[in-house]
Design a protein around this ligand. Sequence first.
Ligand SMILES: [Fe+2]
Ligand SMILES: [Fe+2]
Length: 173
Amino acid sequence: MPLTTPRELFVHELSDAMSAEQQILKMLPELQEEALNHELKEALKTHEQETQQQVKNIQEVFRQLGEKPEATTCYAVKGLSEEHKAIHKEKPSPEILEMANLGGAAKTEHYEMAMYTGLVQMAKDLGEPDAAQLLQDNLDQEKAMAVRVETLARELGKLQTQSMMAGARGGRK
Ligand SMILES: [Fe+2]
Ligand SMILES: [Fe+2]
């Protein structure tokens, strides 16, 4: 069916967001297993629960609109998932894999932030304030998670670099 109205585009974008969240739900358990840092593991576990709620919020938006999600694939998140697989092919050490995963998580959260920022605006423009609020709730969780992973990426990145440099100095003695 050709897309000709902003509302149809909104339904398409919302379906895409549903696909994004469902793919992310599949990735989160593996990221939890690969996390060495306790705080990161916990943050990923909490975000898995948040993501389940985000899916429910999207379903509620569909219900409010009287629409059904289209079968569609979010290729952006599919690509981020492929990036994760590609890192594994480089045979990273567990510590380096964790750093790469933090970078991947930050990229994913920023994609989700852009996705929900757009959806909130579209819902407002279409005169759907309740839908806009549900999508805003999802956006707020993505923003908080982005801060969490970026903070951990900075801390763990610094620690890894310091211990590597200490190792190199030790090696020269
Ligand atoms: Fe999400
Ligand atoms: Fe997220």
